[in-house]
Design a protein around this ligand. Structure first.
Ligand SMILES: [Zn+2]
Length: 106
Protein backbone atom coordinates (compact mmCIF):
# COMPACT_ATOMS: atom_id res chain seq x y z
CA UNK A 1 0.00 0.00 0.00
CA UNK A 2 1.23 3.50 -0.87
CA UNK A 3 0.97 6.74 1.05
CA UNK A 4 -1.77 9.00 -0.43
CA UNK A 5 0.36 12.09 0.18
CA UNK A 6 3.87 11.23 -0.98
CA UNK A 7 3.21 7.92 -2.74
CA UNK A 8 5.88 6.42 -0.53
CA UNK A 9 5.73 2.90 0.84
CA UNK A 10 3.71 2.51 4.01
CA UNK A 11 5.00 0.37 6.84
CA UNK A 12 2.68 -1.55 9.09
CA UNK A 13 2.97 -0.36 12.69
CA UNK A 14 4.51 -2.88 15.02
CA UNK A 15 2.68 -1.44 18.01
CA UNK A 16 -0.74 -1.49 16.35
CA UNK A 17 -1.16 -3.61 13.21
CA UNK A 18 -4.31 -1.68 12.32
CA UNK A 19 -2.17 1.34 11.40
CA UNK A 20 0.16 1.94 8.46
CA UNK A 21 2.98 4.42 8.99
CA UNK A 22 4.54 6.76 6.47
CA UNK A 23 8.06 7.71 7.48
CA UNK A 24 8.27 10.42 4.81
CA UNK A 25 5.40 12.59 6.07
CA UNK A 26 5.32 11.19 9.61
CA UNK A 27 1.70 10.20 9.35
CA UNK A 28 -0.21 7.11 10.22
CA UNK A 29 -3.22 5.73 8.43
CA UNK A 30 -5.78 3.48 9.99
CA UNK A 31 -6.41 0.44 7.89
CA UNK A 32 -8.87 -2.35 8.27
CA UNK A 33 -7.89 -4.73 5.53
CA UNK A 34 -10.34 -7.25 4.13
CA UNK A 35 -8.01 -10.01 5.18
CA UNK A 36 -8.11 -8.86 8.77
CA UNK A 37 -11.89 -8.57 8.80
CA UNK A 38 -12.39 -12.09 7.53
CA UNK A 39 -9.92 -13.42 10.04
CA UNK A 40 -11.77 -11.65 12.87
CA UNK A 41 -15.14 -12.90 11.70
CA UNK A 42 -13.84 -16.42 11.48
CA UNK A 43 -12.52 -16.21 15.01
CA UNK A 44 -15.81 -14.81 16.30
CA UNK A 45 -17.80 -17.53 14.57
CA UNK A 46 -15.59 -20.18 16.07
CA UNK A 47 -15.86 -18.58 19.48
CA UNK A 48 -19.63 -18.27 19.42
CA UNK A 49 -20.52 -21.58 17.80
CA UNK A 50 -18.31 -24.55 18.63
CA UNK A 51 -16.14 -24.09 21.69
CA UNK A 52 -18.45 -22.41 24.23
CA UNK A 53 -21.47 -24.56 23.45
CA UNK A 54 -19.41 -27.70 23.89
CA UNK A 55 -17.91 -26.39 27.11
CA UNK A 56 -21.27 -25.25 28.47
CA UNK A 57 -22.88 -28.56 27.52
CA UNK A 58 -20.16 -30.58 29.25
CA UNK A 59 -20.31 -28.29 32.26
CA UNK A 60 -24.08 -28.64 32.58
CA UNK A 61 -23.85 -32.40 32.08
CA UNK A 62 -21.26 -32.57 34.82
CA UNK A 63 -23.45 -30.44 37.07
CA UNK A 64 -26.47 -32.67 36.48
CA UNK A 65 -24.41 -35.75 37.25
CA UNK A 66 -23.06 -34.15 40.42
CA UNK A 67 -26.53 -33.12 41.51
CA UNK A 68 -27.80 -36.64 40.87
CA UNK A 69 -24.89 -38.09 42.84
CA UNK A 70 -25.56 -35.68 45.72
CA UNK A 71 -29.23 -36.65 45.62
CA UNK A 72 -28.34 -40.34 45.89
CA UNK A 73 -25.92 -39.63 48.72
CA UNK A 74 -28.60 -37.62 50.51
CA UNK A 75 -31.01 -40.54 50.15
CA UNK A 76 -28.45 -42.90 51.65
CA UNK A 77 -27.86 -40.54 54.54
CA UNK A 78 -31.59 -40.27 55.17
CA UNK A 79 -32.03 -44.04 55.24
CA UNK A 80 -28.97 -44.55 57.44
CA UNK A 81 -30.11 -41.79 59.76
CA UNK A 82 -33.70 -43.00 60.11
CA UNK A 83 -33.20 -46.79 60.46
CA UNK A 84 -30.66 -46.67 63.29
CA UNK A 85 -32.83 -44.71 65.78
CA UNK A 86 -35.77 -47.04 65.05
CA UNK A 87 -33.61 -50.07 65.90
CA UNK A 88 -32.31 -48.39 69.05
CA UNK A 89 -35.86 -47.44 70.02
CA UNK A 90 -37.02 -51.02 69.39
CA UNK A 91 -34.21 -52.45 71.54
CA UNK A 92 -35.00 -49.97 74.33
CA UNK A 93 -38.71 -50.89 74.21
CA UNK A 94 -37.81 -54.60 74.44
CA UNK A 95 -35.51 -53.94 77.40
CA UNK A 96 -38.11 -51.82 79.22
CA UNK A 97 -40.79 -54.44 78.49
CA UNK A 98 -38.48 -57.18 79.80
CA UNK A 99 -37.82 -55.14 82.94
CA UNK A 100 -41.55 -54.57 83.48
CA UNK A 101 -42.29 -58.28 82.98
CA UNK A 102 -39.36 -59.19 85.28
CA UNK A 103 -40.66 -56.80 87.97
CA UNK A 104 -44.24 -58.08 87.58
CA UNK A 105 -43.13 -61.69 87.89
CA UNK A 106 -40.99 -60.86 90.90
ZN1 LIG B 1 3.70 9.92 3.09
Amino acid sequence: MKCPNCKGELVRSKKDPDYLLCYNCKKKFKVKSKENKEETQEKETATYSNIPKEAVRKKSEKKVKEDYRKMEEADDDENGGSIVPIIVLGVLIVIVAALIVYMLIK
